[in-house]
Design a protein around this ligand. Structure first.
Ligand code: PXG
Ligand code: PLP
Length: 445
């Protein structure tokens, strides 16, 4: 049962007009579509039957690889048994079970879960909890939210406000009461570092300046990705996250780690918080939570944050927030099956085992034309290409496209090629990624 698109020539762009594709140059895509049809293990197959090695775990989400039967079966069982049930003033067992399972693998103390349907919703939820928490404790003047330059926190109004990617903000309006820390990308001092960069921890001191500027009594939360994914794999300098933790704690400011990409084994531990030994007050997660199979996200937080809102009468709703699909039974079933796979197959720590091989292989691209930096940690990597004069992003896009037609899916963000293969990858596939990418870089002037 293939769709009409599978059998028609793909040049019939008229068929493609209706779907306004997200974060896509629609005219460019529709002129020469890259259309995927099936997926198994580490490979996609496109509508022309070509195999494409998945160098990006879909969009950083299929950490256990594709086509996992256990997830498909859990979803299918649950959808037959109970397709939907409300979680507003009503309950069903799966999200309770899932919250417990998440607390088992989360950093100690983060034992409460608020469920959402995406990373963007998780971010907006965490920011709202931060504001409600301070208000409930009589510190309602804490309204300011601090993000970071080049941060990506999804596309809700909260997320783009604390986010720091100009293109995602400039056409819109953003929240008031937001400020930003400087980013930590520093090619001059850190290019081609293996592991976390040595230089840049002092960028965290900028938070002290914002405290001086705005007053600690006006600041609610700081949100950062422990490692920036979308902006092109920007790693935390040694000591940086620790400094952010010390400063936020000293001033009563909540620290939120956005672990939508770094969660579920990507950097070598269940969460980046554990890999780098810094525990935030809240974490936002999504993507790998269900191996990408069903949309779901969550905020994981300390119980003290929830407790602070529990002071009213017992019959009073403590947080006026929630989504129709918070804790959706089918998504929860997918997540539980996913966690079973991660734990049974040791995937939450597999990136740490492969990290050295991965890093060594990536650094083999160092001498190629236009390569100005290589960054990696766990099973994430970036090859940073020099931008062409007056045409930023075009070189990265051409490398991305060349890889695709040569059987490899990578991401390009501007002129940075980002890689994040499924955590089930084997060494020979690492080699294949590097060979194909190397060819593409060499072919691209
Ligand atoms: N926070 C972080 C840190 C993310 O990486 C989101 C929030 C938003 O999640 P949703 O599920 O609302 O998309 C993300 C998502 C890329 C890319 O190419 C990255 C994301 C999404 C799509 C593409 O780097 N990150
Ligand atoms: N818009 C309208 C008119 C609604 O009734 C609702 C939910 O009831 C929403 C938006 C929010 O949808 P969701 O809960 O799926 O985020």
């Amino acid at each position: 049962m293939s769709s009409p698109l599978a059998t028609q020539p793909l040049s019939q762009a008229a068929d493609l007009d209706g779907f306004w594709m997200p974060f896509t140059a629609n005219r460019q895509f529709k002129a020469r579509p890259r259309m995927l049809q099936s997926a198994e293990g580490l490979f996609y197959t496109d509508v022309q039957g070509r195999e494409i090695l998945d160098g990006t775990a879909g969009l950083w989400c299929c950490n256990a690889g594709h086509g996992r039967r256990e997830i498909a079966e859990a979803v299918s069982r649950q959808i037959s048994q109970m397709d939907f049930a409300p979680t507003f003033q009503m309950g069903h067992p799966l999200p309770f079970e899932l919250a417990e399972r998440l607390a088992e693998i989360a950093p100690a103390g983060l034992n409460r879960a608020f469920f959402t349907n995406s990373g963007s919703e998780s971010v907006d939820t965490a920011l709202k909890i931060a504001l409600a928490y301070h208000r409930a404790r009589g510190e309602g003047s804490r309204r300011l939210l601090i993000g970071r330059e080049l941060g990506y926190h999804g596309v809700g109004f909260g997320g783009i406000s604390v986010g720091g990617i100009a293109n995602n903000r400039r056409a819109y309006t953003t929240l008031p009461n937001v400020d930003h820390l400087p980013h930590t990308l520093d090619l001059q001092r850190n290019a081609f570092t293996r592991g976390l960069p040595a230089h840049g921890a002092e960028q965290a001191e900028h938070l002290e300046r914002l405290v001086t500027l705005h007053g600690a009594e006006n600041i609610a939360a700081v949100i950062v990705e422990p490692m920036s994914g979308s902006a092109g794999v920007i790693l935390p300098p040694v000591g940086y996250l620790q400094r952010l933790r010390e400063i936020t704690r000293r001033h009563g400011i909540l620290l939120i780690f956005d672990e939508v990409i770094t969660g579920f084994g990507r950097v070598g531990a269940a969460f980046a918080a554990q890999r780098w030994g810094v525990t935030p007050d809240m974490m936002t997660i999504a993507k790998g939570l269900t191996n990408g199979a069903i949309p779901m996200g969550a905020v994981l937080l300390e119980e003290t944050l929830q407790d602070a809102l529990m002071h009213g009468p017992q019959n009073q709703i403590e947080l006026f927030h929630g989504y129709t699909y918070s804790g959706h039974p089918v998504a929860a079933a997918a997540a539980l099956a996913t966690l079973d796979i991660y734990q049974r197959d040791g995937l939450l720590t597999r990136a740490a085992e492969l990290e050295d091989y991965w890093q060594q292989a990536l650094h083999g691209l160092a001498g190629l034309p236009n390569v100005i930096d290589i960054r990696s940690t766990g099973l994430v990597g970036a090859v940073h290409l020099a931008s062409r004069d007056n045409a930023p992003g075009t070189r990265g896009y051409e490398v991305f496209e060349s890889c695709f037609w040569d059987g490899l899916m990578v991401r390009c963000t501007g002129d940075i090629i980002a890689l994040s293969p499924p955590l089930t990858i084997e060494r020979q596939h690492v080699d294949r990624i590097i060979e194909t990418l190397g060819r593409a870089i060499q072919r691209t002037s």
